[in-house]
Design a protein around this ligand. Structure first.
Ligand code: BG6
Length: 314
């Protein structure tokens, strides 16, 4: 094992499922299950968990793990005829020991490359051959980066189209103390109102009831401010124009078997996504989508959280 690889360990997780643990020298860490290519943990250098995982999450196929970062592909939610959020979140991925050359520079050596190709069964429901490469990187400062590369490997000359999301569950202290900056005044499709299109009014987005919205043509940077924790998550994205914001609130929480009744108070999904306009790949073409997360102390201005400063900083 080379010295840069000592921070990457493959071991057993819940129910004996294989997981990869990434550790950075300053103490931050991340865990990725091969089941789903699913990031289930991201901790800062104080060992604090930054992602939400339900205490009722079922780590067993065929149910996707509730929390962390499920990957939705080739279909987001019920926007099509496939099972909701597609099938890759409940397939067992492999470690890609010889990943295709990666042109992007990254100073971090703490990463894992996973790969998924469709099975014969998968091809019956979605008749397209693809290679899905996922690189999960933990940066030296504890940032978490996910890069997906999806290639059309069809030999029948056919293009395919897909929608996509990094369905990220952030851990928050109290949902009523959380605001999202960067989406105000944008158009969105409301999943709770037949996907009708509306325009967001007013200031920052806050939460007092169920929300399930797909914001369209969003900026590359979105901030999630946790007032109580004095922590801001900054989500940066590339190749993913949309952003889904979801919290099930009390009634839906009760209806989900793998989610605690009160857990909606401690999570918020903000998902870098491509939903409104499907992505189309011809045979041989590759698409790339990146999501990078960092957690920083919230900045203050006259005692108030000042999200503009967070969004303007690099
Ligand atoms: C969100 C969708 O991304 O995921 C919601 O916008 C959906 O409509 C939620 O309810 C959870 O989906 P699932 O399939 O993981 O229960």
């Amino acid at each position: 094992m080379t010295s840069e690889k000592v921070h990457v360990e493959v071991c057993k997780g819940v129910n004996g499922l294989d997981k990869v643990v990434l550790r950075e020298i300053r103490g931050s860490s991340a865990e990725v299950y091969l089941y789903g290519g699913h990031v289930t943990s991201w901790k800062n250098d104080h060992g604090e968990e930054l992602l939400f995982i339900s205490s009722k999450a079922i780590f067993k196929p065929p149910k996707a793990i509730r929390g962390g970062i499920p990957i939705c592909f080739p279909q987001f939610s019920n926007h099509g005829s496939l099972e909701p959020h597609g099938f890759v979140r409940n397939r067992v991925w492999s470690i890609d020991s010889e990943p295709a050359p990666f042109p992007l520079n990254s100073s971090s050596k703490t990463f894992i490359d996973l790969i998924l190709k469709p099975s014969e069964e998968d091809l019956k429901t979605w008749p397209h051959s693809f290679e899905f490469r996922l690189r999960v990187t933990l940066g030296p400062g504890g940032d978490l980066m996910l890069i997906s590369r999806i290639r059309n490997t069809n030999t029948d000359g056919k293009a395919f189209s897909f929608t996509f999301a990094y369905h990220t569950y952030f851990s928050v202290s109290d949902i009523s103390e959380v605001r999202v900056e960067g989406l105000e005044t944008l158009d969105y499709l409301d999943n709770l109102q037949n996907k009708e299109r509306f325009t967001e009014q007013g200031d920052a987005i806050t939460f007092e009831s169920e929300v399930d919205k797909i914001y369209l043509s969003t900026p590359t940077k979105i901030a999630i401010l946790d007032h109580e924790k004095k922590r801001t998550f900054v989500l940066r994205k590339d190749g993913l124009p949309d952003a889904v914001v979801w919290n099930p609130w009390d009634k839906k929480a009760k209806a989900m078997a793998d989610f605690g009744d009160e857990e909606y108070k401690h999570m918020l999904c903000v998902e870098a996504a491509a939903v409104e306009k499907a992505i189309t790949l011809k045979p041989g073409e590759e698409w790339r989508g990146r999501q990078e997360l960092s957690a920083v102390p919230s900045s203050y201005c006259s005692g108030q959280l000042d999200p503009r400063r967070v969004l303007q900083s690099t």
